[in-house]
Design a binder for this molecule. Structure first.
Ligand code: ATP
Ligand code: MG
Length: 464
């Protein structure tokens, strides 16, 4: 941070020079203006950290100048100065957004104290704004792909209802993000959002975690404890990794959902609860039902509004947006100037298959922000596994959300046939034999796929 810039607006030359003298002695950078018009001109070029503004000015007066300044820069800090200070003008200035009011004749000592205080207040306000923005960014679901837009619509529609939501999807795809977004879009937004990670809590503790317990209910129950259901009363209970919940606990949860009451462990008193349940799992619960590890009746209770989070490789068109979002976020977080990403690095990041989904991408961007010294991120800065994007097994077939089965099959066929051709040294006859199709059939396919075949019966890989 450079030195704070203070704009002093007064029509009296002697005041301007006295005030600028003392402010410069204190290490501030001072700009001067002798009228409201001139002050507004200064504002066009530079936003000062603070303005000292005389009330009585020739031309447009101080109060009008104040109004115009704050229209231009709503967060601008302004202290009013006047020789004709009446309570009335002070009140009007404060209503127009002035921070404070100093009367002439000026006590330079008092002026300095006011300036320091105003700067401190403005710095706090700025910090507050930035923190709020950072928090908002943590809640933002980034993406313009059709799938993400559809999920956003579902959140908007389902959010305000009380309908139970079951979110599925691989690890790191944004299940928790969606759960929180639904809560924020609901009428319960100001009530608690309570989270239980069913996979992280040992089985003998989960019941007391969910339903609470009475003092003396079991050996270590030395005090009464409210469970997550009670803590979420009026709000949302997020049951994360529900596929890992034991059958015994599942049946208790089912009962709570069916009857709308819970009992603390060690008590028979029924406590009514009003919670909205959102559950999530990265397991396919239908498979778990098949294996008898998940209750079918609970599944149907939870699965009123299903939301499936796609793996990142299925909406890779969102990768550039996600990269930018997290570059901005982490550059702010670590107090660095915004970084840019060069084309080759961006291409590599777009091509990679991201088995850890958005979380993995987010972590890589954080690492890049911390580790790259320059303002640009190059291919060479990426971690090794990202630098050779095409050596990832079969991942170099790029499916997009626009692909239908036919185009996806064509992409796969092209890759498969090309590999076999390479193995057989571009010999069509041998390749056809290996693939178990007629030679003429293979020729036709090669033509369809845009692979040229030479007159000697060998194929040529000059494709797109
Ligand atoms: N579309 C998105 N836009 C911005 N950030 C996202 C998006 N999807 C996920 N994230 C971020 O990625 C990280 C992982 O997301 P989240 O924790 O919601 O995943 P999850 O599906 O619950 O994973 P797990 O199954 O491992 O618990 C979070 O920091 C989240 O904010
Ligand atoms: Mg999660």
């Amino acid at each position: 941070m450079g030195k704070p810039v203070i704009l002093v607006v007064d029509d009296e030359k002697s005041i301007r020079s006295a005030v600028s003298g003392i402010l410069e002695d204190e290490g501030f950078v001072v700009r001067l203006a002798e009228s409201g018009e001139k002050a507004l001109d200064v504002l066009e070029k530079e936003i000062p950290d603070l303005v000292l503004l005389d009330i009585w000015l020739p031309g447009i007066d101080g109060l009008d100048t104040l109004t115009k300044m704050r229209e231009k820069v709503p967060e601008l800090g302004v202290i009013m100065i006047s020789g004709h200070g009446t309570i009335d003008t002070a009140v009007r200035a404060t209503k127009l957004g002035a921070l404070n009011f100093i009367e002439k004749p000026l006590s330079l000592h008092r002026l300095l104290i006011e300036v320091q205080q105003a700067l401190k207040q403005k710095a706090l306000e700025r910090e507050n704004r930035e923190l709020r923005m950072q928090i908002e960014m943590q809640y933002t679901m980034v993406g313009n792909s059709a799938v993400i837009q559809e999920i956003r619509r579902t959140i908007e529609t389902a959010g305000p209802s009380n309908g139970r939501v079951l979110i599925s999807g691989e690890s790191g795809t944004g299940k928790e993000l969606v759960a929180k977004a639904i809560h924020r879009a609901s009428q319960r937004a100001s009530a608690p959002f309570v989270e239980v990670n069913c996979a992280a809590i040992p089985d003998d503790l989960i019941e007391s975690e969910l339903f609470g317990h009475e003092k003396g209910a079991f050996t270590n129950a030395t005090y009464q404890k409210k469970g997550k259901f009670e803590l979420a009363h009026g709000g949302t209970l997020f049951l994360d990794e529900i596929g890992d919940m034991s059958l015994k606990t599942q049946s208790k949860v089912l009962r709570a959902l069916e009857e709308g009451v819970i009992e603390r462990v060690g008590s028979t008193r029924s406590i009514p609860i009003d919670v909205r349940i959102i559950a999530a799992s990265n397991k396919n619960l239908l498979n778990e039902i098949e294996k008898n590890t998940f209750r079918e009746d609970l599944f149907y209770r939870l699965n009123v509004i299903p939301i499936h989070m796609p793996p990142l490789r299925e909406h890779s068109e969102d990768i550039p947006l996600l990269i930018n979002h997290y570059l901005e976020y982490y550059c702010k977080e670590y107090g660095k100037p915004m970084k840019n990403i060069l084309q080759d690095a961006l291409q590599a990041l777009k091509k990679y298959s991201w088995p850890g989904n958005v979380r993995e991408l987010k972590n890589e961007i954080e690492r890049l922000v911390i580790m790259t010294p320059l303002a640009v991120i190059k291919l060479d800065d990426l971690r090794d596994s990202l630098k050779q994007p095409t050596s990832q097994g079969n991942n170099d077939i790029e499916f997009t959300t626009q692909d239908d089965l036919k185009s996806a099959r064509e992409k796969f066929e092209q890759k498969f046939i090309l590999e076999r051709l390479k193995e057989h040294n571009w010999n069509v006859t041998q390749t056809a034999q290996h693939l178990g199709i007629e030679r003429s059939n293979l020729h036709r396919k090669l033509k369809q796929l845009g692979i040229q075949t030479g007159s000697n019966g060998s194929a040529d890989a000059r494709t797109n």
